[in-house]
Ligand binder design. Sequence first.
Ligand SMILES: CC(C)(COP(=O)(O)OP(=O)(O)OC[C@H]1O[C@@H](n2cnc3c(N)ncnc32)[C@H](O)[C@@H]1OP(=O)(O)O)[C@@H](O)C(=O)NCCC(=O)NCCS
Length: 165
Amino acid sequence: MKNESTKRIKDSQVEMTEIVLPQDTNSLGTIFGGRVMQWMDIGAAICGFRHCRTAVVTASVDRLTFLVPLKIGHIVSVRASVNYTAKTSMEIGVRVDSEEPLTGKKQHCSSAYFTFVAVNEAGKPIVVPSVVPVTAEEKRRFEAAKKRRQERLTMREHETRQSRK
Ligand SMILES: CC(C)(COP(=O)(O)OP(=O)(O)OC[C@H]1O[C@@H](n2cnc3c(N)ncnc32)[C@H](O)[C@@H]1OP(=O)(O)O)[C@@H](O)C(=O)NCCC(=O)NCCS
């Protein structure tokens, strides 16, 4: 269960490029939220695999926002980065931006924080390598993610207590 290794954030970062196809959209020509969430989950999973080099599973997703709609034909950039590592889990931040193909105009469309857990072949949690924040931006994200983890733990404790009543 012990894993003393450390990894740099930049070594597992992911940038995926997609395009919004007709089958991804509703009658208004804007994308289904579930399609965006699928791309985000895949981007985060690849980031988790690169960081851990073991199987990883999605444990939770929070603060998922859809700010502006992606439209048919838009080029989509999905970026994922490990913000924080705890013992067997890590927070991966995912951001989605759109790019209009003819003008190149870019917009921030969506963001979320994914918690992934590294697991062994039996699906049991195993220790993740620690992440080392290097830049000022990485350090800021690391501290913010640490706070969010604490909030998640407090919320889960509260929910567990409530469900026992
Ligand atoms: C995620 C999973 C492996 C956790 O297993 P578990 O036996 O509950 O493990 P533990 O309670 O020991 O928690 C292990 C870690 O997961 C974290 N975790 C568990 N549930 C969580 C949740 N809902 N949100 C955030 N983190 C969670 C814990 O905080 C802990 O992290 P830490 O070791 O870094 O402190 C297990 O619940 C699972 O397999 N879930 C299904 C995952 C899946 O199939 N995802 C795909 C979408 S359905």
